[in-house]
Design a protein around this ligand. Sequence first.
Ligand code: C5P
Length: 236
Amino acid sequence: MNKGQLLYEGKAKRLYTTEDTEILFVEYKDSATAFNGEKKAEIAGKGNLNNQITTLLFEKLQANGIESHFVKRLSANEQLVRKVEIIPIEVVTRNIAAGSLAKRLGLDEGTPLKRPIVEFYYKDDALGDPIITTEHIDVLNIATPIEVEQLYNAALHVNEVLRPIFTAVGVTLVDFKLEFGRDKDGNILLADEISPDTCRLWDSTTKQKLDKDVFRRDLGNLTEVYEIILQKLGGN
Ligand code: C5P
């Protein structure tokens, strides 16, 4: 499958057409961004690591009955995915208070939540991705109530599958963001990526941060900790 026209360039990936109208070519970039693009850096090797980690996680989800847009990894930085129309909602699932939840609710970072919670954010850079309610989603007409329920259930299902996978290798899945799209028949499909860019992952023993907070908060070398996650998941 060959790389065709550039369709879209985001902060971390480029999407290209292929000769198959239902398949897109994804190129993972070495760019790191945080705080809605205010902080930026080029980090050699990051695209390769996220491509590999996303591949492993989508494969593990598939083995557990959760389909996604992922088709196959082609090379260090490239993969093929099924074409979907991305729903502009970031679906965040949290097991432990951290980041914006800790701030918003005045909880100490690291406070376990009595149950996993799911939040929705409006994917809109100009607005800074605000948190939204199901009623906001309804009036914005970005997803139907049935679709919202599907997103909610899918997020909890992904959490149920990924959490023990990480626990087994000594990593705590603190929280993560998912994106979904609609395929040509209107079916909802898990899309985008699942990587240390989109998850908070802490070493279960030392509590060391093994995710993008290393970049956000200047805590050390990003590729070193992404490499730890890749190796723990069985990559090389
Ligand atoms: O910043 P916040 O605490 O809301 O982030 C929750 C989770 O969602 C974190 O794992 C973060 O990496 C992820 N996230 C993301 N992309 C965003 C916002 C948050 O991947 N635009």
